[in-house]
Design a protein around this ligand. Sequence first.
Ligand SMILES: Nc1nc2c(ncn2[C@@H]2O[C@H](COP(=O)(O)OP(=O)(O)OP(=O)(O)O)[C@@H](O)[C@H]2O)c(=O)[nH]1
Length: 382
Amino acid sequence: MAFFSKLKDKLFKSSSKLEQGLDAIVEDGGQEEPVTAAEEQPEIPTPVTAPAQAEPEQTIAAAPTPQPTPAPAPAPAAQTPSETAKPKSILGRLFTRDDAKTVVRRTLDDDMLEQLEELLITSDMGVDTALRVTANMAEGRFGKKLSTDEIKQLLAQEVTRIMEPVAKPLPIYPKRPQVVLVVGVNGSGKTTTIGKLASQFKGAGKKVVIAAGDTFRAAAVEQLQVWGERAGVPVLTAPEGSDPASLAFDAMQRAEEDGADLLMIDTAGRLQNRADLMEELAKIVRVIRKKDETAPHNTLLVLDATTGQNALSQVETFRKISDVSGLVMTKLDGTAKGGVLVALADKFGLPIHAIGVGEQIDDLAPFDPEDFAAALTGLGQN
Ligand SMILES: Nc1nc2c(ncn2[C@@H]2O[C@H](COP(=O)(O)OP(=O)(O)OP(=O)(O)O)[C@@H](O)[C@H]2O)c(=O)[nH]1
């Protein structure tokens, strides 16, 4: 199954929430009107915006070389969606009575904008982002009549525009071993993400070593060992309660001896005791720098989408205690809070390397802004 259709299925809760909300808004005060010639066009894939840059095909959530930061994609030219051919969604089709050739449209006014803002806020986009997105959607269209499909396209365009600059695969450096420190609160999906990444890198021919740096929780170590076995990658462990920095040092040594391409270090996520965690992470960094002063090369913050707006405060906290270089958002399946990813991109601009959409080893994908926007808004779900 193409990952896009899988993503659409998996993001069902987020997209259905937005889709139903958009339908209700257009219906509330909308009127049935004849379908225009453009709306009658057959379904075609919707190019939401031009791609920001030509990128090599990515099958893993990593880039082979460090990517320079691309300039933010230009805002798509103000374009009335009805000027473009567009697909009809399931609900779009419900509201479009083909036999009678009518569609429900509503005039974009202050009331409608307010309803849109509220919907986006309840979809976890956050107040600032929701206001900015709706303002951009309304620009040049105030007083115009719009159908649900047209609104969805406008929303998808805005989401894509915000997400494009942050959609960057994990950069892969020539330095060996490349050290990837993985941070995040307990239960955010660190272990699972490490297992999935290890499997992808292994599949791409890279030699990987994992260090089970949360030495305080035997269950966490065992779980990482299970993932290591699944991925076919060695997992270095240390006795319960021992110093994670010492394990990190040994892991560096082992990775060097093995000629490993990547060393992924799991860490504890005890935010309850922030000072301790900060000191623990700082010590790990100090120790691995004795072997390579440029390490760690990436500090991945793993966030759980189901925590909604809380993910924003986690980014703030982890940026204070570690040098976060990029994000992985897990559990986008089964949550109606997928909009939080838009808020994160808008607020912090940190690279989003990958998204987790399930518990299986292949349920981690590079982040694709257009696919995400289409899946989130329910666009083209025919
Ligand atoms: N549905 C879904 N579940 C996920 C995803 N990623 C992780 N999980 C589940 O989330 C739970 C926690 O994941 P872990 O990988 O153990 O999280 P952790 O951050 O390592 O947690 P600690 O070991 O407690 O520090 C597990 O049950 C995973 O199977 C995802 O993308 N989707």
